[in-house]
Design a protein around this ligand. Sequence first.
Ligand SMILES: [Zn+2]
Ligand SMILES: [Zn+2]
Ligand SMILES: [Zn+2]
Length: 170
Amino acid sequence: MTDKKSDKETEVNGEVCLKCGSPLGEVFETKSGKKLQRCSKGSWNSETHTIDGCTYVKWLAVEPITLDEKCPKCGAPLLSVVTRFGKKMKKCSTATWDPATKTAGGCDYIEWIKGTTEQLDEDCPKCGSKLVLFTTAAGKKLKKCSTATWDYETKTAGGCDYVEWLRSEK
Ligand SMILES: [Zn+2]
Ligand SMILES: [Zn+2]
Ligand SMILES: [Zn+2]
């Protein structure tokens, strides 16, 4: 007779802190639209700008938004998703993820939302080509050389490497 417990399905309803085991607190939303939960034993001290008590923070997945666009692969509606690193992408609404088997199902269409480029009437201080103004998906701006290239296969940058980050004004 064995009496070892085989029920690994310990349900995680009220989620607990991985550091101290206390229940997690309220869900917060950051300015960039990301969501997080702090440990109920931790609190933000606005005077010292540190966390008093437990420092555990759990980042939550941001709810996907259904878009008015169709998947080019299967025709299902696309979703707009923000990753926990603040990157934006579109993916097919039929895509599924099975956490038990760690396999993706459904349609695998993904489109990363990249920034926009604008032609500038400025010359690159390095090579004299025109500069472009690049706005990232997160809204940051930088000037870079129009001859700069990125090879997705080899993951290497080519062309001129001049980059100037712009500070967001005021
Ligand atoms: Zn904790
Ligand atoms: Zn699809
Ligand atoms: Zn250049």
